[in-house]
Design a binder for this molecule. Sequence first.
Ligand code: ADP
Ligand code: MG
Length: 660
Amino acid sequence: MTIRFKLTMGFLAVILVLNTVLSLITIEHVSRAWLREVQSHVRLNLNSAREVYHWDKLQIARFLEGAALDSNLVQALLGGDQEQLGRLVRRLHTRAGVDVISLLGPDGRVICRARQPSSSGDDLSSNPLVAQAMREHKTAIGTLIITSEQLKREGPDLAERAELSLVPTAASRPADVTLQSDGMVGAVAVPILDADGRLIGLLYGGNLLNQRNDLVDIIRAQVFPNAQYDGEEVGTVTIFQGDVRVATNVLDENGQRAVGTRMSDVVREKVLGQGETFADRALVVKGWYITAYEPIRDPTGKIIGAVYVGLLEAPFAVQQRLVIASFLATVGATSAASLLLLLLVTKLVLRPIGKIIAMSRRVIGGDLTARVGVRPPGEMGELCRAVDAMADAVAQREEQLKQTTSRQISQSEKLASVGRLAAGVAHEINNPLTGVLTFAHVLREKPNLDDQDRQDLDLIIHETTRVGEIVTGLLDFARERPAAKTRLDLNQVIRQTVRLVANQPKFKKIRIEEYLSENIAEIYADRNQIQQVLLNLALNAGEAMSNGGALTITTLPHGKDIMLKIADTGCGIKREHLSKIFDPFFTTKPVGKGTGLGLSVSYGIIQQHGGVLSVESEEGKGTTFTIILPFYDPSNADDAAGEPSAGIQLPHEMAPITAT
Ligand code: ADP
Ligand code: MG
């Protein structure tokens, strides 16, 4: 799995989760807001429906109120002219076009009925509207439940219209109630008063609401003008008698008006049971509607039915789905866009990593010139820079190592050839020199020498002695003798050597400091040779600090080796001399002072002990020689005796250089 794949997957997961949550919340929110909006709309519609429903009865009231003022009617009533009254009432009925018009006496008894002139004399004073109008001498308007006998009295067709076979839908109601014969009437009772304001009769009229399809259609036309969806009316209106639809434009499965069906239990409980308005989505007959129901009460306040308006949910749902779909499309599009962007960005960001990997492979394969090359902005650029810098450093080290190695090899070769030459020359010079010195001494002992001769002889002896010293040094340098190695405490050898040099006059002004680690183990070495190396280095340091200074000798463990540092604060070594100081006969000291052999001899000794001698120096500040020697290791102590145990192997024909 690449980083890019992981990153992409991670971001994808985040985007998906975020978008899903966001979408769910938004959809939920939109749906709720939508429903609330439509519901408040439907509530307003319900108000309008109520107005229209009420207006229907007001029409009758206004009409009958006008008729009650008719002087002919008043005269006929006062005169008790039955025939004239019958005529007048029938005329009213024809003009008003309502279902029921009756003329009542002041006691509430029926004088005549417009449609059934023969049916009269019954007492309507128990009718709440009639009673109210008799009591208050004012028009009373309301909705009433009328029994089928009464309806028959008003007109047999009305009783027929009211009769409904019920559709057994609501489980909570007894299944045996299959027929409803009562009717619901929007009725008006108008008092007829004589000139003195006495009640002389009443006009009673109204419309049977059962199957009054024109009324619900008018209400719908008023409330939801031209609202159609898919060939279906969006708005619906129903008048309930009890829980039964008696007039409605809600259609059933067969496309018939769903008269005789019943309201759902939830609505029934709320509207008929608790007398409250119900406003919510509801299943109406066969479809979902956003509905509002309001109870209808009779004049005594009893709940006898309900008015309903409802909006088909489908068209709103379609719009809602459209909004949600466009929202989801937007979310999807932005997700896709961000993913694309992400892919681009990761490609851009991760490209340098690919380059770094490729470059690393080349470096591992040995191509030290390989570099990342690119420098993208930010941390990635830093990383590339760092990796390149690392490669630079590796290449530089490699180069340095090559140089050091070749220098060491040439140094060894130089030492070997010079050693052989020196050995030959030294042998040849040594014998005659001994002769010269011996004879010079003999001559010097003669009694009758003048001062000039004595001075000349002293000079000969002095100079010859010096040549002798050089020859001894050469022999030291070239002597082919294996080192006599033993277990050795390096710290102890150091302390001995320091005691030796400390008494020398040139160390008067020099402070000697020792930091010898007690944690170092022993080495396996030739005591004399190691002491010779220490002496050489200490004397060189002393000579470099002719005006005084500090000589610091430190030992410390260094992995499997001991590290020994001899540091001075003297004149330092010129940069151009650094590569030459280990050469035999290289010296910067005046003639007669230095032989230039000390460091080359020391170098050879340390190398023969499997160690390394190196130098660091800064002109004017001081010089530090560092010796690294392996710890004593019993497993190869015997084999190693007399052989260079490590370090640079000399070519086969060359004899190892030894010195004492
Ligand atoms: P010599 O001491 O006879 O000159 P060496 O081989 O001991 O020969 O040293 C070679 C040269 O290295 C010296 O002449 C001197 O220039 C330089 N040198 C060695 N040690 C030091 C030191 N501690 N400080 C400064 N220069 C040094
Ligand atoms: Mg020296």
